[in-house]
Design a protein around this ligand. Structure first.
Ligand SMILES: Nc1ncnc2c1ncn2[C@@H]1O[C@H](COP(=O)(O)OP(=O)(O)OP(=O)(O)O)[C@@H](O)[C@H]1O
Ligand SMILES: [Mg+2]
Length: 255
């Protein structure tokens, strides 16, 4: 089994008003196992499209993707998705939501309950297991969403602006919790965000996509050692790298 996601000569276009619009053109991109990679870039540059391709939700036109040794990308439990909108079922309790993906696996009831309790504890919702999503705050629902994604034991988590709808404080809280969760159970994470500080604070690499078509404009290795502390966000090195990334993105925006 390969320890990498290898994208080669990937091309994806959409038909728009009768014309073909090339959205992604990525000759060569490698993501290593257990790497945390953020995808950033102007609105419409193809971040969600790339994530949807990797999730197996949409096909691509040409090229190849070798996903840890697999070339068939149909959706599977090896990949979990977390979006801006919570993927929680309103009619299920928190415990039922977290255990939902396990129902399709051959796991006995006792083991299933242990797994649910483990992930409930991991997101500190041990007292909310019997509650319904509408009884929870947005931040708590997002924690259920994270626990649901983790409970299925994916190798990779694909995240599209997962904390984008949360207020500033809740967002920081979720970032912190997610970092701690990954310290306990490391995963490969591909994370789309518009928040460059968030990308830098969480990631090992930040990939900047260009607009029309989305190409890799810059691939930046984040130089800050892990585990990180939020104080790095105030250092000159962090601020200078954030400014550099923001400049690259804004100088690429089509006017
Ligand atoms: N199903 C579709 N049919 C036609 N065009 C599409 C479709 N999905 C996306 N596009 C187009 O592809 C381009 C990339 O869209 P995508 O949603 O991937 O961008 P994005 O980088 O995620 O943007 P944002 O930051 O705003 O979420 C856009 O021009 C969009 O209009
Ligand atoms: Mg998007």
């Amino acid at each position: 089994m390969s320890d990498q996601i290898q994208i080669s000569n990937l091309k994806k276009s959409f038909l728009r008003n009768g014309a073909t619009q090339v959205v992604l053109e990525i000759p060569d991109l490698i993501i290593n196992k257990n790497e945390f990679v953020s995808l950033v870039g102007a609105s419409g540059c193809g971040k969600t499209t790339l994530l949807n391709i990797l999730a197996g939700f949409i096909p691509f036109d040409s090229g190849s993707i070798n996903f840890f040794g697999k070339s068939d990308l149909k959706p599977g439990s090896d990949r979990a998705c977390v979006f801006q909108e919570d993927a929680v079922f309103p009619w299920m309790t928190v415990r039922e939501n977290i255990g939902y993906g396990l129902t399709r696996k051959r796991i006995n009831k006792i083991r299933k309950n242990e797994i649910i309790t483990h992930y409930l504890n991991l997101v500190n919702l041990e007292n909310e297991g019997g509650q319904y999503p509408k009884q929870l705050s947005g931040g708590m629902r997002k924690r259920v969403d994270l626990a649901r994604a983790m409970a299925n034991s994916p190798d990779t988590i694909l995240m599209d602006e997962p904390f984008g709808a949360l207020d500033y404080r809740t967002r920081k809280d979720l970032q912190e919790r997610f970092i701690r969760i990954l310290e306990l159970e490391i995963k490969t994470v591909i994370f789309v965000t518009h928040d460059i500080s968030e990308a830098l604070y969480l990631s090992d690499r930040v990939i900047i996509l260009s607009q029309s078509p989305g190409r890799v404009l810059s691939d930046i290795r984040v130089p800050f050692t892990k585990p990180r502390n939020r104080t790095i966000c105030d250092t000159p090195e962090f601020i200078s790298l954030r400014n550099k990334i923001e400049t690259i993105i804004s100088s690429n925006v089509n006017s």
